[in-house]
Ligand binder design. Structure first.
Ligand code: SF4
Length: 55
């Protein structure tokens, strides 16, 4: 298994950085507010922008 980011849980299975459906092997991640801006009211309004689909 590749090195994973401690403390980051991710269930996005079709990301090329995902390990086992629960861990992230990217060197770092960027998380942004959906639809721009810098303020979210709920967790569902944010997403990881380091995501890359499997080819
Ligand atoms: S890059 Fe983002 S979407 Fe992909 S596994 Fe890591 S945390 Fe999940």
């Amino acid at each position: 298994m590749a090195n994973t980011l401690p403390g980051v849980k991710c269930t996005v299975k079709n990301c090329k950085f995902n390990e086992g459906g629960r861990l992230c092997s990217a060197s770092a991640i960027e998380v942004n507010v959906d639809n721009g801006g810098d303020s979210a009211k709920q967790s569902r309004e944010t997403n990881c922008h380091t995501f890359q689909p499997h080819m």
